[in-house]
Design a binder for this molecule. Structure first.
Ligand code: SF4
Length: 351
């Protein structure tokens, strides 16, 4: 019996697919090199953008053809799935798996040198455009001993690059309350900087990266730890999402652009050769041309090494879904191009 996994979306999903592969192989399945050789197809989906959801719907005719050739073929859907989409997906897939509990499974890493290690799952932040708190649930953190054991094992098996993953990776052990005051409270003895230091102290020749941190949880302790730990790569994706304070507020991002710039300044002071990338959304509901220009201004000031630019896509169930998606698609495309061209024109070293 053979399996084939299709993965959409982020590194977290890739990490989960490696864990799914491990589960299937423990049950006697072998990997298929092509989808038409498989007896079991698993789709690990992402709901962050409607286009990604549409691609999963688009698999229906393919599955129909495959089932005509192989009547025993089973299809499974997992990953980030919105409640609203689940009913429709039940008509396409034979079953739907809840992806919350892949943590304890050792992964079957696809790469010989790069391994993804989830340290937390879910998020309590409820950024107004984001489905993660709905699809993955509240933040849950893995026990640090379990994480260290997994990294040690991967390093002993020769892995050279370890990525620590979480939707809000630096909230490990510390949670920001979602009330108006955005208080923080320590929920574990080990917070993210301490965990990073412990991973760094594992003997062996390897490097460490992590993604994605939230600017509001990026502490001085974390900057110092990054600067001091020799195995931590001088690489950082620090999602800004917008260069305008009003839009950030509407996004429920809990920092101002001044705080973000100050954070970048502190990071660059301690780690001058940091490779800095960001995530940004253009065309958020109500984003005026003037507000978008503040994002352009930020890009010119910060000179990111790289940026992942997304055109806003309304997601059912989120707070922003109730707002009018009133920036026309052509205008979103224009704003995307402006930022993309700006990135191209800045002389930056490649990541
Ligand atoms: S912090 Fe990230 S994962 Fe959490 S709600 Fe915001 S965008 Fe989504």
């Amino acid at each position: 019996m053979k399996y084939y996994i299709i993965t959409f979306g982020c590194q977290m999903n890739k990490a989960n697919s490696e864990r799914i592969a491990s589960i299937l192989e423990s049950k006697g399945y072998q990997p298929a090199s092509k989808i038409n050789e498989a007896d079991l197809v698993v789709v690990n989906m992402c709901s962050v953008r409607q286009s990604a959801v549409d691609r999963v719907y688009g698999l229906a005719p393919k599955f129909k053809k495959l089932k005509e050739k192989n009547s025993k073929l089973k299809t499974i859907l997992t990953g980030c799935i919105l409640k609203e989409d689940k009913k429709k997906f039940r008509k396409i897939f034979d079953s739907i798996w809840n992806m919350r509990n892949y943590f304890d499974i050792s992964p079957k890493c696809q790469s010989k040198s790069l391994a993804f290690v989830p340290i937390s799952n879910g998020c309590n932040n409820f950024c107004s455009y984001c489905v993660v708190p709905f699809t993955r649930g509240p933040l849950t953190c893995r026990d640090h001993q379990e994480i260290l054991k997994e990294v040690k094992d991967l390093v002993e098996r020769g892995y050279k690059e370890i990525w620590l993953l979480g939707q809000n990776v630096n909230s490990y052990g510390v949670q920001r309350e979602t009330d108006a005051k955005q208080k923080t409270k320590q929920t574990r003895k080990i917070n993210f900087p301490k965990l990073l230091k412990m991973v760094n102290d594992i003997p062996g020749d390897f490097s460490i990266r992590f993604t994605s941190p939230h600017p509001a949880d990026f502490t001085d302790e974390l900057i110092d730890t990054m600067a001091k730990c020799k195995k931590v790569a001088h690489y950082l994706n620090l999602p800004v999402q917008s260069g305008d304070n009003e839009i950030l507020k509407k996004m429920n991002r809990s920092y101002t652009i001044e705080q973000y710039k100050n954070l970048v300044k502190k990071i660059r002071k301690k780690i001058p050769d940091i490779n800095l990338s960001t995530d940004v959304i253009v065309g958020f509901p109500g984003e005026t041309k003037k507000q978008f220009e503040n994002t352009v201004k930020l890009f010119k000031e910060i000179k990111f090494n790289m940026a992942y630019i997304a055109k806003y896509s309304p997601r059912p169930g989120t707070a922003a879904f109730k707002l009018k998606d009133n920036v026309a698609l052509d205008e979103k495309k224009r704003r995307y191009k402006v930022l993309n061209d700006l990135l191209e024109n800045l002389k930056r070293p490649a990541i």
